[in-house]
Design a protein around this ligand. Sequence first.
Ligand code: BTN
Length: 321
Amino acid sequence: MLGLLLAGLGERSGQDMAQALGCTRAAVAKAVAVLREQGFVIQAAPRRGYRLIQEPPLVLPARVEARLSPDSLGRPLYHFDEIDSTNLEARRRAEAGAPHGACLVAEHQSAGRGRLNRRWLAPPQTCLLFSLILRPRLGLQEVFALNNLMSLALCRALERHCGLTPGIKWPNDLYLDGRKLAGILTEFTSRAEAVDHVVLGVGLNVNLDRRHLKGLDQPAASLKMASGHAWDRAPLLAFILEEATALYRQFLAGQHQELRREYERRSLLLGLQVRVREGDQVRSGLATGFAADGALLLQEGGRTVAIHHGDVSLLAWEGRS
Ligand code: BTN
């Protein structure tokens, strides 16, 4: 219904819409009432039809789904005004049987989580906070490749939709001009050495401005600060989900080399000296590439080691504030 209103420039008659949707005019009127309750401004002119005047600035399922292709990841989409954490809720729902492709998006999280038990803070209605549930047939080591796919999906969507080119700081961050723009928290549940489900949680700074950044523990970027204007988050989420769908298909089709090359092209680490902290262990070396399973390849002394987890600092960035 919303798709029709968005596609039709100008008015659409109730009759037209009922025909296109295969329902009655009464059902169309009811759907219009439901959209209005959600904050859509829809004008109805007698004998001419309905016209969409304004959409609410929220990441409502109807707004995202109207912009998604039918077989895209992100269906079903669940929206929360407030939740503890979309990753936690995604895990609860996945354990209760939520399907592959389901996505949860929140306007606000009361207990947003980052990697390494850190908190993830975002003022209400400013950012994209979502978690995607996947049920791939993968071994445990391969899960991290999905984390890298989500980094690529974000990069592609931001480049094509917003004209911005963030870089990927393995394993889970996107940076713009040396400031953190997005983080990914990948969590999974396994049974008998196989993955049951994966939750890819994304926090993307969209409409933060300088006043929101006080008190953050590291320099942050946002799409608004980088581009000089605010962004509508619903179409942005649809773009990201479409890119994630295309990348996931490439992955299933075995195009690992192409994906790796794109990841390396977008990586901020490649060819640089880095320090990787994994628990108590710290390694330093040259980042030479990435393995098919998503691991960072580090040349340390004379040998190359594959690292699957860790917190990376770029030696060239150290000492900056
Ligand atoms: C990190 O950089 O440490 C990862 C941050 C991931 C934050 C997102 S926000 C949506 C989803 N729900 C959570 O609780 N965390 C992830």
